[in-house]
Design a protein around this ligand. Structure first.
Ligand SMILES: Cc1cc2nc3c(=O)[nH]c(=O)nc-3n(C[C@H](O)[C@H](O)[C@H](O)COP(=O)(O)OP(=O)(O)OC[C@H]3O[C@@H](n4cnc5c(N)ncnc54)[C@H](O)[C@@H]3O)c2cc1C
Length: 813
C-alpha cells in the first residue's frame, strides 16, 4: 500500500467506487480506495438493483438521470458487465390524490428531460400484465426505469477507475483517522498508514463509525429492508414468450410496493409501516456478507395489498425473502460534501438508492473536490443541511418516519410530526395559546398560521382550511399591523479589526455606513449566488467598522458557516459567530407598525430619525433590542432582535401597545403571500447556487464598480456584459382552486421553457401568483405564458412591477 495519496476514499460500496471513478475521470489519479473486506461488503451486495429517475427534488432527479446514463460508459471503459436491463416501468396510482401527485411528476419531467407519460390503468395493464387495472385510477409510464447487477456495477466503477490510474486496496480496514497540524490526514489501517490531503467517508453502513473516528456524529441510521422473490410464475413465462421482453418495473405507491421480474419469477419489495432500525447505536465491524432474519409479519399488510393489486401473486410460492440493512439520512436524501470545520474531510453517505444516485453523488463530489464547486445544484443532498441539532435520537425518529412514508404522498401543506418539537423559542407556548399551527425550519418550530379553535390543516393539493385565516392575517398586516416570530432567520455577528475588509471581499454589495443596513448578495468564484443577506453596520460613526450583523436564510446556517469559516483569515483579525438560539426575533409590519414601536420605546423612530434601512439598539419596553427598519412583508415594518430571556417581555409589550391599533399575529404562510406580491425572492427557492445575480434580479445590489475585489467579481461582470441565460420573473396566474407551490413547468408558445420556483395566493392583491425562471429571450414577453398545475395549463402573465406598493411609498414612508 502506498504511504501518501492525494485522496483516500474509505469504503468500496457502490458509492465509494463511484467517487473513485469520478475523481480519476476528472484527472486526479493519485487516489486510493480502502475497503475493509471485498468490494460490495456493506449494503451494496444484497440490493434489489432497481433504478429510477424520479425523485421529489428535481435536482436530485437530474443526478439520478445522469447515474443511469453512466452505466454504458463504465461498462465500456471497464469491460465489466453491469447487467443493466432498461425495461421501463409504470408508476401506479390507486387514488385521485396520488394521480394528482403523479401529474406533478410528469410535469417536472418535461423540463428535466425525463420521458414520462400519463396512461390509463388499462394501458398500464397492457404494459405490465400482472396488475389488475380495476385497482388503479391512473398510471405514468417511465421509459428510463430498470434494474442492474449491484456487484457488476460496483466492480465496473472500480475497474474503470483503476484503468484511469486509481488504486484499490481490499481487506484494508481504516481503524483511525488523525488530522496533522499541517492539515494533512493520517489514515491508519490494519495494514499501515497513508497520509492524504483529502479523505472521503463513503463508509455506507459504517459511515457513522468512520465519522466518529474524528469526532463527527453523522445523522444516518440503517433500516432493515425486505424484498421477496417468488417461484417461477406461468404468467411471467407466458409474457416473456409472447413479447420477447421482460415484465417491466412497477411502483405501486398506494400498496407501498415495488416490483420487477427476477429470472422466471417476480421480485416484490416494500417499505413497511412497522419498520425496524438496525444497529441503532453502532454497526458491528464483523457484519459483512450476511443477511438478517426475515420477518414476514412485518410486511404482511403490504403483501396483502400487493396480492390484491397483482392477483397472479396469489397463485405462486415465495422462494426467498431477503432482509438487509441500508442507511438513510433524516429526510432520505444523501449526505454529500465537505464538512464544516474539517478542511479536506468529505462525506458521501446516507445514500439510500445507490444505483439511482451513486453516479450523481460521485460526480458532484469529484467536481467539488477538484473544482471547488459541485457543478450542479445539490442543495437537497448537501451534508450542511443538518446541524448539531440532528442528534442520534432525532435522526432515529425522522428516519423511521421517512422510511414508513417512502411511498406516501406529502401534501404541500402537510407538516410531518416525528422528532418535534425539538427547538422552540420562549414565546412558543404563548403563540400556541393563540392557535399557532407549527412548521419546522432547521429543527426550529416556526408558526405557519393561526387557527381558530377546532380548525386545523386539511391536507390537500388545493386551497384548504387555512385559506381564509391566512387571508385575515394578510389583511391585518396590510391594513393595520401584524406581529410575527422571526427567530428562524440565521443571524451572525462579525467582529474584529479586519471585519470590514473581510466582508467587503466576501459580499458583492457596497458596505453600509454605521447605523445603516443593505441587502447583500454573496457570490462564488463562478459569479453565482451562494447567499443573500441583510447586512447591518452596528458600529458608531467614528468606529473602524468592527461590528456587523448579518441575517439570512435559517435553513442555510451550517451551509453559510462552512463558507464563512473557509474564507476567514488565519490571523484571527475577524471573528464570526452564528447566533442561533442566542438571539430571537419578532417583526411588526403594516401601516401602524411605527405607531406601535413609538409607544414602547424612548428612541425617536420617526421617518426622519429612523428611515428605511436604518438600524439601532433600542429598548422595547424594558427589553434591550436591536431594531432594523426593514420587513420582508414589503410594508412599513421593523425587525426586532432580542436575547431569548427578553423575548416574552418584548412580545407582551408589543402586543399590549398594539391593541389600540388592532394588532394581530401572522405566520410564515401570510408572509409568503406578502413577499410574493412584492416580487421578493427567497433563498433555496429563487436564489440558488446555479443562478447569477443578473438572472436572479439581484444585480441592483451588486457593487460591480467597488474597489474591493470581491469573490466572483470577474464572473459577475462577465454575466452583466453577456446577459446570462435566464431571468427570474413574477407571474400572475389565472388559477382556479389551487396555486402553484414550486417546480411546476412554465410553458411558452406550446413548449416548456422554464420552471416555477415558488408561488401561492397573494391575498391582498386577490390573485394567484408565481415566481420562476425563463430564458432571457422570452422574459419580457407580456403574453403567451402558461403554468401547468395538477395536469392543466393556466394562462400566466409577467408582472414586471410588484402588485403591492410598486412606488415604495408604504415601505419608505
Ligand atoms: C434489501 C435491500 C434492497 C435494496 N434495493 C435497492 C435498489 O433496488 N436500488 C437501489 O438503488 N438501492 C437499493 N438498496 C440500497 C443500496 O444497497 C444502497 O443505497 C447502497 O448499497 C449504498 O452503498 P454505499 O457504498 O453507500 O454503502 P455500503 O454498500 O454499505 O458500502 C460501504 C463500504 O465501506 C466499507 N467500509 C466501511 N468502513 C470501512 C473502514 N473503516 N475501512 C474500510 N472499509 C470500510 C464497507 O466494508 C463497505 O463495503 C437496497 C438495500 C437493501 C438492504
Amino acid at each position: 500500500m502506498k504511504s501518501h495519496a492525494k485522496v483516500v476514499v474509505i469504503g468500496g460500496g457502490v458509492v465509494g467506487c463511484s467517487v473513485l471513478f469520478h475523481l480519476a475521470r476528472h484527472g486526479w489519479t493519485d487516489i486510493l480506495l480502502l475497503e475493509r473486506d471485498e468490494l460490495t461488503s456493506g449494503s451494496t451486495w444484497h440490493a434489489a438493483g432497481g433504478m429510477h429517475t424520479i425523485n421529489g427534488d428535481p435536482n436530485v432527479a437530474k443526478l439520478q438521470k445522469y447515474t443511469i446514463s453512466l452505466y454504458k460508459e463504465i461498462e465500456e471503459l471497464s469491460g465489466q458487465a453491469t447487467g443493466v436491463h432498461l425495461t421501463g416501468g409504470v408508476l401506479l396510482a390507486a387514488t385521485e390524490a396520488r394521480l394528482d401527485w403523479l401529474r406533478g411528476v410528469v410535469a417536472k419531467g418535461r423540463y428535466l428531460g425525463i420521458d414520462l407519460e400519463e396512461i390509463s390503468p388499462d394501458e398500464a395493464a397492457e404494459l405490465m400484465p400482472l396488475l389488475d387495472p380495476k385497482q388503479f385510477v391512473g398510471a405514468v409510464r417511465n421509459k428510463e426505469d430498470g434494474h442492474l447487477d449491484p456487484s457488476g456495477v460496483t466492480h465496473a466503477y472500480a475497474k474503470a477507475a483503476r484503468k484511469l490510474g486509481a488504486e484499490v486496496e481490499r481487506f484494508t480496514k481504516v481503524e483511525s483517522i488523525v488530522r496533522r497540524p499541517d492539515g494533512l490526514w493520517r489514515v491508519i489501517t490494519n495494514k499501515g498508514e497513508v497520509v492524504a490531503e483529502h479523505v472521503v467517508n463513503a463508509g455506507g453502513l459504517w459511515a457513522r463509525e468512520v465519522g466518529r473516528m474524528i469526532g463527527l456524529e453523522l445523522p444516518v441510521l440503517a433500516m432493515e429492508h425486505m424484498y421477496l422473490i417468488t417461484e417461477d410464475m406461468p404468467e411471467v413465462a407466458a409474457w416473456n414468450q409472447k413479447t420477447g421482453t421482460e415484465i417491466i418495473h412497477a411502483v405501486d405507491f398506494d400498496g407501498e410496493l415495488y416490483l420487477r421480474q427476477e429470472r422466471g419469477g417476480m421480485l416484490m419489495g416494500t417499505y413497511e409501516k412497522a419498520n425496524k432500525p438496525w444497529s441503532e447505536f453502532s454497526t458491528p465491524w464483523n457484519f459483512g456478507h450476511e443477511l438478517l432474519e426475515p420477518d414476514i409479519d412485518r410486511i404482511a399488510p403490504s403483501l396483502e395489498v400487493g396480492f390484491r393489486h397483482f392477483p397472479a401473486f396469489q397463485n405462486t410460492g415465495i422462494k426467498q425473502i431477503i432482509n438487509g440493512p441500508f442507511t438513510f439520512a433524516p429526510d432520505g436524501n444523501p449526505l454529500v460534501g465537505p464538512v464544516r470545520g474539517l478542511p479536506g474531510f468529505w462525506v458521501a453517505c446516507g445514500v439510500m438508492a445507490g444505483f439511482s444516485q451513486g453516479g450523481g453523488v460521485g460526480l458532484a463530489l469529484a467536481n467539488w473536490m477538484i473544482e471547488g464547486d459541485p457543478g450542479a445544484d445539490i442543495w437537497a443532498m448537501d451534508v450542511s443541511r443538518y446541524g448539531d441539532w440532528a442528534t442520534m435520537a432525532y435522526t432515529n425518529a425522522k428516519v423511521r418516519e421517512n422510511y414508513s412514508r417512502r411511498f406516501s404522498i406529502r401534501f404541500p401543506n402537510e407538516e410531518l410530526p416525528a422528532g418535534r418539537p425539538l427547538k422552540t423559542t420562549p414565546v412558543y407556548d404563548l403563540l400556541s395559546a393563540k392557535g399557532a399551527q407549527w412548521g419546522v425550519a432547521y429543527g426550529l418550530e416556526v408558526p405557519l398560521w393561526y387557527a381558530p379553535e377546532g380548525v386545523k390543516d386539511e391536507f390537500s393539493w388545493r386551497r384548504s382550511s387555512d385559506f381564509q385565516h391566512v387571508a385575515k392575517e394578510v389583511k391585518t398586516v396590510r391594513t393595520r399591523v401584524g406581529l410575527s416570530e422571526i427567530s428562524s432567520f440565521a443571524k451572525y455577528r462579525v467582529t474584529g479589526e479586519g471585519a470590514a475588509g473581510w466582508l467587503d471581499r466576501l459580499l458583492a454589495c457596497k458596505l453600509p455606513k454605521p447605523g445603516r443596513m443593505t441587502l447583500a448578495p454573496m457570490l462564488k468564484e463562478d459569479g453565482r449566488l451562494i447567499g443573500d443577506f441583510s447586512l447591518a453596520n452596528l458600529g458608531s460613526p467614528n468606529s473602524n467598522g468592527e461590528d456587523w450583523f448579518l441575517a439570512g436564510s435559517g435553513i442555510a446556517e451550517e451551509y453559510h458557516m462552512r463558507w464563512f469559516e473557509a474564507h476567514l483569515p488565519q490571523d484571527g483579525s475577524v471573528r464570526i459567530e452564528a447566533l442561533g438560539a442566542k438571539l430571537t426575533g419578532l417583526s411588526i409590519a403594516g401601516p401602524k407598525a411605527r405607531d406601535v414601536l413609538a409607544r414602547v420605546t424612548r428612541a425617536d423612530v420617526s421617518n426622519a430619525a429612523f428611515p428605511f434601512m436604518a438600524t439601532a439598539k433600542m429598548d422595547v419596553g424594558m427589553a434591550p433590542c436591536l431594531v432594523g427598519r426593514v420587513s420582508y412583508t414589503g410594508d412599513l415594518g421593523y425587525e426586532i432582535w432580542v436575547a431569548p430571556e427578553y423575548q416574552r417581555a418584548a412580545y407582551q409589550t408589543l402586543m399590549a401597545a398594539g391593541e389600540e391599533f388592532g394588532i394581530g399575529l401572522f405566520g410564515s404562510r401570510a408572509l409568503n403571500a406578502l413577499r410574493l406580491e412584492k416580487n421578493y425572492g427567497s433563498w433555496a427557492r429563487e436564489y440558488r447556487p446555479i443562478y447569477g445575480p443578473l438572472e436572479a434580479g439581484l444585480d441592483r445590489f451588486v457593487a460591480y464598480g467597488k474597489e474591493a475585489d470581491f469573490i466572483g467579481k470577474e464572473a459577475a461582470v462577465a454575466e452583466r456584459q453577456q446577459g446570462g441565460k435566464l431571468r427570474l420573473r413574477a407571474f400572475v396566474v389565472d388559477a382556479a382552486d389551487a396555486d402553484v407551490i414550486g417546480d411546476e413547468p412554465i410553458w411558452f408558445d406550446g413548449a416548456v421553457r422554464g420552471w416555477v420556483t415558488s408561488g401561492g395566493y397573494a391575498h391582498h392583491s386577490e390573485t394567484s401568483v408565481a415566481m420562476g425562471y425563463v430564458p432571457k429571450e422570452i422574459a419580457d414577453e407580456a403574453d403567451g405564458f402558461q403554468i401547468e398545475l395538477l395536469g392543466k395549463r393556466f394562462p400566466a402573465r409577467v408582472q414586471p412591477t410588484p402588485l403591492f406598493d410598486a412606488n415604495l411609498e408604504r415601505m419608505r414612508g
